[in-house]
Design a protein around this ligand. Structure first.
Ligand code: DX5
Ligand code: ZN
Length: 218
Protein backbone atom coordinates (compact mmCIF):
# COMPACT_ATOMS: atom_id res chain seq x y z
CA UNK A 1 0.00 0.00 0.00
CA UNK A 2 1.26 3.44 -0.95
CA UNK A 3 2.50 5.62 1.91
CA UNK A 4 1.56 9.29 2.04
CA UNK A 5 3.72 12.01 3.57
CA UNK A 6 1.91 14.97 5.13
CA UNK A 7 4.43 17.73 5.96
CA UNK A 8 3.25 19.91 8.85
CA UNK A 9 3.74 23.59 8.08
CA UNK A 10 3.92 24.24 11.82
CA UNK A 11 7.65 23.64 11.43
CA UNK A 12 7.99 26.55 8.96
CA UNK A 13 8.29 30.29 9.56
CA UNK A 14 4.81 31.85 9.56
CA UNK A 15 6.38 35.02 8.17
CA UNK A 16 7.29 33.13 5.00
CA UNK A 17 4.54 30.59 4.53
CA UNK A 18 4.16 31.13 0.80
CA UNK A 19 7.77 29.96 0.40
CA UNK A 20 7.05 26.83 2.47
CA UNK A 21 4.01 26.03 0.34
CA UNK A 22 5.98 26.63 -2.88
CA UNK A 23 8.74 24.29 -1.67
CA UNK A 24 6.19 21.61 -0.76
CA UNK A 25 4.38 22.01 -4.09
CA UNK A 26 7.60 20.93 -5.79
CA UNK A 27 7.91 17.84 -3.60
CA UNK A 28 6.36 14.38 -3.89
CA UNK A 29 4.41 14.84 -0.66
CA UNK A 30 0.71 14.46 -1.49
CA UNK A 31 -0.68 16.24 1.56
CA UNK A 32 0.06 19.43 3.44
CA UNK A 33 -0.81 19.23 7.14
CA UNK A 34 -2.29 22.30 8.85
CA UNK A 35 -2.30 22.34 12.67
CA UNK A 36 -5.09 24.57 13.93
CA UNK A 37 -4.81 25.30 17.66
CA UNK A 38 -7.13 27.45 19.76
CA UNK A 39 -5.23 27.92 23.03
CA UNK A 40 -8.09 26.10 24.76
CA UNK A 41 -8.18 22.49 23.60
CA UNK A 42 -4.37 22.67 23.53
CA UNK A 43 -2.07 25.15 25.31
CA UNK A 44 -0.96 26.85 22.09
CA UNK A 45 -2.44 29.09 19.39
CA UNK A 46 -1.66 28.92 15.70
CA UNK A 47 -3.99 30.15 12.95
CA UNK A 48 -7.56 30.09 11.76
CA UNK A 49 -9.47 29.62 8.49
CA UNK A 50 -8.22 32.79 6.77
CA UNK A 51 -4.66 31.54 6.88
CA UNK A 52 -5.72 28.30 5.18
CA UNK A 53 -7.91 30.03 2.61
CA UNK A 54 -5.15 32.52 1.72
CA UNK A 55 -2.80 29.61 1.01
CA UNK A 56 -5.43 27.59 -0.86
CA UNK A 57 -4.83 29.41 -4.14
CA UNK A 58 -1.09 28.70 -3.87
CA UNK A 59 -1.30 24.91 -3.92
CA UNK A 60 -3.08 21.97 -5.51
CA UNK A 61 -1.96 19.58 -2.76
CA UNK A 62 -4.45 17.94 -0.46
CA UNK A 63 -5.00 20.21 2.55
CA UNK A 64 -5.01 17.91 5.58
CA UNK A 65 -6.46 20.10 8.32
CA UNK A 66 -6.00 18.95 11.92
CA UNK A 67 -8.30 20.85 14.25
CA UNK A 68 -6.98 20.93 17.82
CA UNK A 69 -9.84 23.14 18.93
CA UNK A 70 -12.98 23.06 21.02
CA UNK A 71 -16.26 24.33 19.53
CA UNK A 72 -15.63 22.50 16.24
CA UNK A 73 -19.27 22.67 15.18
CA UNK A 74 -19.32 26.43 15.57
CA UNK A 75 -16.32 27.00 13.30
CA UNK A 76 -16.61 24.02 10.96
CA UNK A 77 -18.18 25.91 8.04
CA UNK A 78 -15.25 28.32 8.00
CA UNK A 79 -12.73 25.48 7.65
CA UNK A 80 -14.81 23.88 4.91
CA UNK A 81 -15.08 27.18 3.02
CA UNK A 82 -11.32 27.74 3.43
CA UNK A 83 -10.73 24.82 1.07
CA UNK A 84 -9.81 21.97 3.40
CA UNK A 85 -9.82 18.57 1.70
CA UNK A 86 -9.68 16.55 4.91
CA UNK A 87 -10.87 17.84 8.27
CA UNK A 88 -9.79 15.91 11.34
CA UNK A 89 -11.13 16.84 14.77
CA UNK A 90 -10.44 15.36 18.18
CA UNK A 91 -12.51 12.65 19.80
CA UNK A 92 -11.86 14.30 23.20
CA UNK A 93 -13.94 17.43 22.47
CA UNK A 94 -17.31 17.61 24.17
CA UNK A 95 -19.58 17.69 21.15
CA UNK A 96 -21.89 15.53 19.09
CA UNK A 97 -19.53 13.66 16.76
CA UNK A 98 -22.29 12.58 14.37
CA UNK A 99 -23.44 16.12 13.76
CA UNK A 100 -19.89 17.18 12.87
CA UNK A 101 -19.23 14.18 10.60
CA UNK A 102 -22.48 14.71 8.74
CA UNK A 103 -21.72 18.35 8.07
CA UNK A 104 -18.20 17.51 6.83
CA UNK A 105 -19.45 14.76 4.52
CA UNK A 106 -22.35 16.77 3.19
CA UNK A 107 -19.73 19.19 1.88
CA UNK A 108 -17.74 16.42 0.16
CA UNK A 109 -14.79 16.88 2.48
CA UNK A 110 -13.09 13.84 4.02
CA UNK A 111 -13.49 13.39 7.76
CA UNK A 112 -10.92 12.29 10.31
CA UNK A 113 -10.92 11.56 14.02
CA UNK A 114 -7.81 12.20 16.15
CA UNK A 115 -6.96 10.66 19.50
CA UNK A 116 -4.53 11.89 22.12
CA UNK A 117 -1.86 9.52 23.49
CA UNK A 118 -3.75 8.84 26.73
CA UNK A 119 -7.08 8.05 25.03
CA UNK A 120 -7.68 4.29 24.74
CA UNK A 121 -8.29 3.35 21.10
CA UNK A 122 -11.26 1.17 22.07
CA UNK A 123 -13.26 4.35 22.75
CA UNK A 124 -13.36 5.24 19.05
CA UNK A 125 -13.96 1.70 17.81
CA UNK A 126 -17.67 2.16 17.24
CA UNK A 127 -17.15 5.38 15.26
CA UNK A 128 -14.24 4.30 13.04
CA UNK A 129 -16.36 3.15 10.10
CA UNK A 130 -17.77 6.68 9.79
CA UNK A 131 -14.37 8.21 9.08
CA UNK A 132 -11.90 8.37 6.20
CA UNK A 133 -8.91 8.60 8.50
CA UNK A 134 -7.83 8.31 12.10
CA UNK A 135 -4.93 10.38 13.45
CA UNK A 136 -3.03 8.63 16.20
CA UNK A 137 -1.11 11.28 18.13
CA UNK A 138 2.37 10.14 19.09
CA UNK A 139 3.07 13.33 21.09
CA UNK A 140 0.76 15.37 23.32
CA UNK A 141 -0.95 17.72 20.85
CA UNK A 142 0.08 21.37 21.06
CA UNK A 143 3.66 21.70 19.90
CA UNK A 144 5.98 20.52 17.15
CA UNK A 145 9.43 19.17 17.94
CA UNK A 146 8.50 16.78 20.75
CA UNK A 147 9.83 13.25 21.20
CA UNK A 148 7.90 10.33 19.76
CA UNK A 149 5.93 8.30 22.31
CA UNK A 150 6.92 4.70 21.63
CA UNK A 151 4.11 3.30 23.76
CA UNK A 152 1.66 4.35 21.03
CA UNK A 153 2.91 1.68 18.63
CA UNK A 154 0.67 -0.95 20.22
CA UNK A 155 -2.31 1.34 19.70
CA UNK A 156 -1.48 1.70 16.00
CA UNK A 157 -1.26 -2.10 15.69
CA UNK A 158 -4.60 -2.59 17.45
CA UNK A 159 -6.36 -0.03 15.26
CA UNK A 160 -4.79 -1.49 12.13
CA UNK A 161 -5.90 -5.01 13.08
CA UNK A 162 -9.41 -3.81 13.83
CA UNK A 163 -9.63 -2.01 10.47
CA UNK A 164 -8.43 -5.12 8.62
CA UNK A 165 -10.68 -7.52 10.51
CA UNK A 166 -13.69 -5.38 9.78
CA UNK A 167 -12.76 -4.53 6.21
CA UNK A 168 -12.94 -0.80 6.83
CA UNK A 169 -11.62 1.81 4.45
CA UNK A 170 -9.90 4.07 6.98
CA UNK A 171 -6.40 5.53 6.65
CA UNK A 172 -4.14 5.55 9.69
CA UNK A 173 -2.19 8.80 9.99
CA UNK A 174 0.50 9.26 12.63
CA UNK A 175 1.29 12.69 14.01
CA UNK A 176 4.22 13.65 16.23
CA UNK A 177 7.94 12.99 16.34
CA UNK A 178 8.16 11.29 12.95
CA UNK A 179 11.56 10.62 11.37
CA UNK A 180 12.93 7.63 9.42
CA UNK A 181 13.23 5.42 12.49
CA UNK A 182 9.91 6.23 14.18
CA UNK A 183 8.12 6.38 10.83
CA UNK A 184 9.27 2.85 10.04
CA UNK A 185 7.91 1.56 13.34
CA UNK A 186 4.54 3.18 12.56
CA UNK A 187 4.41 1.82 9.02
CA UNK A 188 5.32 -1.66 10.28
CA UNK A 189 2.48 -1.32 12.79
CA UNK A 190 0.01 -0.55 9.98
CA UNK A 191 0.11 3.23 9.40
CA UNK A 192 -0.09 4.58 5.85
CA UNK A 193 0.12 8.37 6.35
CA UNK A 194 2.97 10.09 8.20
CA UNK A 195 2.88 13.70 9.36
CA UNK A 196 6.34 15.23 9.63
CA UNK A 197 7.15 18.68 10.98
CA UNK A 198 10.45 19.51 12.62
CA UNK A 199 12.29 16.57 11.04
CA UNK A 200 11.74 18.06 7.57
CA UNK A 201 12.25 21.70 8.48
CA UNK A 202 15.53 20.99 10.26
CA UNK A 203 16.98 19.98 6.89
CA UNK A 204 18.47 22.51 4.51
CA UNK A 205 16.24 21.85 1.53
CA UNK A 206 12.56 21.27 2.38
CA UNK A 207 11.61 19.90 -1.03
CA UNK A 208 14.44 17.36 -1.00
CA UNK A 209 13.76 16.44 2.62
CA UNK A 210 10.09 15.72 1.84
CA UNK A 211 11.08 13.73 -1.28
CA UNK A 212 13.60 11.66 0.65
CA UNK A 213 11.07 10.81 3.35
CA UNK A 214 8.50 9.94 0.70
CA UNK A 215 10.95 7.73 -1.22
CA UNK A 216 12.11 5.99 1.93
CA UNK A 217 8.61 4.68 2.54
CA UNK A 218 7.65 3.96 -1.07
C1 DX5 B 1 1.39 18.59 17.23
C2 DX5 B 1 0.94 18.69 15.79
C3 DX5 B 1 1.87 18.06 14.82
C4 DX5 B 1 3.22 18.69 14.73
C5 DX5 B 1 4.18 17.62 14.32
O1 DX5 B 1 0.37 18.99 18.07
O2 DX5 B 1 -0.32 18.08 15.63
O3 DX5 B 1 1.27 17.99 13.52
O4 DX5 B 1 3.31 19.73 13.80
O5 DX5 B 1 5.45 18.12 14.43
P1 DX5 B 1 6.72 17.23 14.70
O6 DX5 B 1 6.90 16.36 13.48
O7 DX5 B 1 7.79 18.20 14.91
O8 DX5 B 1 6.43 16.37 15.93
ZN1 ZN C 1 -1.13 17.72 13.47
Amino acid sequence: MKKIISPSILGGAFSNMERTITDLNKSKAEYIHFDVMDGDFVPNLTFGPKFISDLRSKSKKIFDVHLMINRVNKYLDDYIKAGSNIITFHYEINENLNEIINKIKLNKVKAGIAIKPKTPWQEIKKYLHLFDQVIVMTVEPGFGGQSFLYDQIKKIESISNYIKENNLDVDIEIDGGINYETGKLCVDAGANILVAGSFLFEQRDLTKAADKLNDYFN
